[in-house]
Design a protein around this ligand. Structure first.
Ligand SMILES: Nc1ncnc2c1ncn2[C@@H]1O[C@H](COP(=O)(O)OP(=O)(O)O)[C@@H](O)[C@H]1O
Ligand SMILES: [Mg+2]
Length: 220
């Protein structure tokens, strides 16, 4: 396991820790969110940078894969991609290759059974336009043919429109809030922006919380 994985992928480096248990609880809650219409595509976003989006979505993806579901993790934070570093993989090829060239998904093996990464790919000049394009719907459909669950890491929702645009194309959005860091008005603004974009907000997870309840505050 590389140093990044050890540090950020606690569900791999310390699966018995309370934090890993909290990620499994989150997985379970999401699985039960809608039994008739299971969430297969989920975007994770937050109000600002460094709230813990990438860490949350990556660990959630690991626990999904560990439960036997074929899982694809997609890095849609095209401005500040980071998921590839967690797995010691290159950032290219990835999503933007698929969008620009109509390629088949250049999935990378992560070393975790049942888990593949679709990295960001080369940085585009216009991430929001790219993520809003009709082609993204086709990419999502194609990924759904290849896996049970597809999780998308997104940029902060208050700063740019990408997350809300993408959120409207998937089954649900999970909002990450950082305890002690996220300002109340930013959390409210994030919720408002997502609701305006007609996304289905399926929950809120709290990161950076004191002690071992690193993710909590879930609502369904
Ligand atoms: N649940 C958590 N509790 C405490 N710190 C966290 C948590 N998740 C992430 N972090 C830390 O917060 C920082 C930003 O995390 P990252 O996932 O890259 O955020 P984002 O993707 O929102 O920019 C990292 O240093 C990470 O270790
Ligand atoms: Mg990130």
């Amino acid at each position: 396991m590389n140093k990044e994985a050890e540090k950020y992928l606690i569900t791999l480096s310390d699966p018995r820790s309370p934090v890993s248990e909290a990620y499994r609880t989150l997985r379970t809650n999401l699985s039960f969110y809608s039994l008739d219409n299971p969430l297969r595509t989920l975007v994770v976003t937050s109000p600002a940078a460094d709230d813990g989006k990438s860490t949350t979505v990556a660990n959630l993806a690991v626990t999904m894969a560990q439960s036997g579901r074929k899982t694809i993790l997609v890095d849609c934070d095209l401005r500040r991609p980071s998921l590839h570093t967690f797995f010691g993989l290159p950032a290219e090829p990835g999503l933007t290759n698929m969008l620009l060239d109509d390629d088949e998904p250049p999935l990378q093996e992560t070393g975790v059974e049942n888990l593949w990464l679709l990295a960001s790919g080369p940085k585009p000049p216009n991430p929001a336009d790219l993520l809003g394009a009709r082609k993204v719907d086709r990419v999502i459909e194609r990924l759904k043919e290849m896996a049970d669950v597809i999780l998308f890491d997104a940029p902060p929702v208050v700063a740019v429109t990408d997350a809300a645009v993408l959120g409207a194309k998937v089954d649900g959005v999970l909002l990450v809030i950082s305890a002690g860091k996220t300002r109340r008005e930013h959390a409210e603004r994030a919720k408002e922006l997502l609701q305006k974009a007609h996304v289905r907000l399926v929950g809120v997870t709290l990161t950076n919380a004191p002690k071992d309840d690193a993710i909590s505050g879930y609502y369904g």
